[in-house]
Write a protein that binds this ligand. Structure first.
Ligand code: DQA
Length: 148
């Protein structure tokens, strides 16, 4: 199957950005590990990061045209603000898992509302870079169950 990993704003700074909160792995390292895991399991994975809301929206639209089967998304701060990105995901109807490195529920109150959680297949928060790996494992399990 084809999977797409989307990273929202400021996640390009991973590795140096608030390491106590977000860990020391770079986005490149996270993407490479996901790519490797997907390939080992016989799936195809692409990843994209953008600081621009419209680029993430456009990528969701093109995912539908490309026949992407599943999206893993960390919308970054757009989690708490972007009705437009929510509507893009609803619009294409591609199943997705919402991921956060930090445990947003033990942080500021404004991080505790998400525009994505109620329409996601599931949400994984608080495990650092491992949140992405856990999401990929769950996505692959879902995809393999629906293919058999
Ligand atoms: C984040 C949590 C968001 O609140 C924050 O704005 C981010 C990263 C996370 O992965 O923990 O940019 O999505």
């Amino acid at each position: 199957a084809s999977l797409l990993v989307l990273h929202g704003p400021n996640l390009n700074l991973l590795g140096t950005r608030e390491p106590a909160t977000y860990g020391r792995q770079t986005l490149e390292q996270i993407n490479q590990a996901l790519q490797k895991l997907a390939n080992e399991r016989g799936h195809h994975l692409q990843a994209m990061q953008s600081n621009a809301e419209y680029e993430l929206i456009d990528r969701v639209h093109s995912a539908a045209r490309e026949g992407i089967d599943f999206i893993i998304i960390n919308p970054g701060a757009f989690t708490h603000t972007s009705i437009a990105l929510r509507d893009a995901l609803l619009g294409v109807g591609i199943p997705f898992i919402e991921v956060h490195l930090s445990n947003v529920h033990r942080r500021e109150a404004f991080r505790q509302h998400s525009y994505f959680s109620d329409i996601a297949e599931g949400v994984i928060v608080g495990f650092g870079a491992d949140s992405y790996r856990l999401a990929l494992e769950a996505a692959i399990t879902r995809l393999e169950a629906s293919a058999s």
